[in-house]
Write a protein that binds this ligand. Structure first.
Ligand SMILES: [Zn+2]
Length: 439
């Protein structure tokens, strides 16, 4: 979409005028009532705001992208932000969870150099390493190790050149290799790192330099506590027990919630209220289900019949609910989140097992269902400080215990309480539990 003609000098003034009319600071966007989560970087004087901030935090942050060079700004239908090493792009027309993309700055810069020897596409592999027929280039040695260890195709894309020696302006010669979204560099005798391709792309596209001017820190919302009933169910319509609520009882409970003015919200709504200045309706309630049990399909029908949303904590390693059912649950507006891979007692696992249960379940569910997995419910409500730290490192936004009442606080972000609803609760007892956790 951005032709090479764009970079021609004679077009520059036109481009600048065009861009200035399109540049609308994100903070000034109408309709964004709630303050978004934000982090200010005094080193360059720029803010990173959600959803870029979330992507930045979860995809490599400072190491891969560097500092923000600009605020986020609109360019046509896209919202983009420049970083030292990358350009992030917000595609609102893409599926939720995949809307932020790393711009193909490497491809844009390589486009002007296709005739140079290192960029010429090879028909057959030469020598060692992995050959990528998609682009006709190979990858080997330290660059290959770095590429694999830091996000491979997703983050860097395919190689667009071979390794070669390049002298960049104002620098000593480097060994470099270009990729669709990055340039890997090996300054001898140092370690492999990433080139400042974001900065280079910014210059190549000849944006107004005013975009680089330091901005002031955007206000970040103050985290706030709330009292909310977060109900926890297991089987619905499969006998009576601690983990089994009958269908008539479940219906009566949903009807009671509706008759008493409660609105079922998602965990994303609640965490946004706590940390991002988001709004909640009066009398919010969260209705959660653990384990991906087959009988929860009954609960889905009852929720749908009343226009209520549920949150389903399912396993990465397989559920009694079928894939098709999970997809319908998502399509019907309910939320799915992680309950680990295999439902272990997390505090008893080795560090490596812990990473597998937390990271793999998140990645696998996101890849399989195409939605972000942001929250975790600890199986058996079992967690300790090590588990919490691993949960944070795995990229979750919050985690839930299995009991503890209705007092949610920012300090308890990784162990927010729930209220278990057993099959033995009368409707009066149910009402008491819910009222007891309502502001
Ligand atoms: Zn469970």
């Amino acid at each position: 979409m951005w032709g090479r003609a764009l970079f021609a000098r004679r077009r520059l003034s036109l481009v600048v005028v065009l861009l200035l009319t399109l540049l609308v600071p994100l903070a000034a966007r109408p309709g964004s009532a709630a303050a978004a989560r934000n982090q200010f970087f005094p080193q360059t004087g720029h803010n990173i705001t959600d959803p870029f901030l979330r992507f930045y935090e979860q995809s490599g942050g400072l190491t891969l992208f560097g500092l923000p060079l600009t605020e986020a700004f609109n360019e046509g239908a896209l919202t983009i932000q420049y970083f030292e090493r990358a350009r992030l792009e917000w595609h609102t027309n893409y599926p939720v969870g995949r809307q932020i993309e790393i711009g193909q700055v490497g491809r844009e810069l390589a486009a002007t150099r296709v005739d140079e020897a290192p960029f010429r596409r090879l028909a057959v592999p030469t020598g060692v390493g992995t050959f990528f027929p998609e682009t006709g280039h190979s990858l080997r040695g330290g660059f290959a190790d770095y590429w694999r260890a830091n996000g491979d195709l997703t983050v860097f894309g395919y190689p667009l050149s071979e390794e070669f020696a390049e002298t960049l302006p104002g620098a000593t010669p480097l060994t470099v290799q270009y990729f669709e979204r990055a340039r890997l560099e090996l300054p001898t005798p140092s370690r492999v790192g990433l080139g400042l391709l974001g900065a280079q792309s910014f210059r190549q596209r000849a944006y107004p330099l005013a975009l680089l001017a330091p901005a002031s820190a955007l206000p970040a919302p103050t985290p706030r506590a709330l009292t909310i009933p977060v109900l926890e169910y297991h089987d619905v319509g499969f006998g009576v027990g601690t983990y089994q609520v009958t269908l008539p009882a479940f219906r009566a409970q949903l009807d009671w919630l509706q008759a008493n003015g409660y609105t079922a919200v998602t965990l994303t709504d609640v965490y946004a209220y706590m940390f991002e200045g988001g709004d909640l309706p009066p009398k919010p309630v969260v209705i959660t289900f653990d384990d991906g049990r087959a009988s929860q399909w009954n609960a889905v029908q009852e929720l749908n019949a009343r226009g209520m949303k549920g949150v389903f904590f399912i396993l990465g390693g397989g559920n009694a609910l079928s894939d098709g059912q999970v997809r319908q649950i998502i399509a019907q507006g309910h939320e799915i989140e992680s309950h680990t891979m295999s439902h272990p007692q997390l505090s008893r696992l080795s560090d490596a097992q812990l990473v597998y249960e937390l990271v793999r379940s998140k990645q696998l569910l996101e890849a399989k269902y195409g939605v972000p997995i942001r929250y975790l419910a600890y199986p058996y409500g079992d967690y300790d400080n090590r588990v919490i730290n691993a949960t944070i490192a795995a990229g979750y936004d919050g985690a839930l215990a299995a009991w503890g009442g209705g007092s949610w606080t920012p300090q308890k972000r990784w162990q927010e309480p729930r209220i278990i609803i057993t099959g033995f609760a009368t409707i009066g007892e149910f009402a008491g539990l819910v009222r007891g956790a309502t502001r």
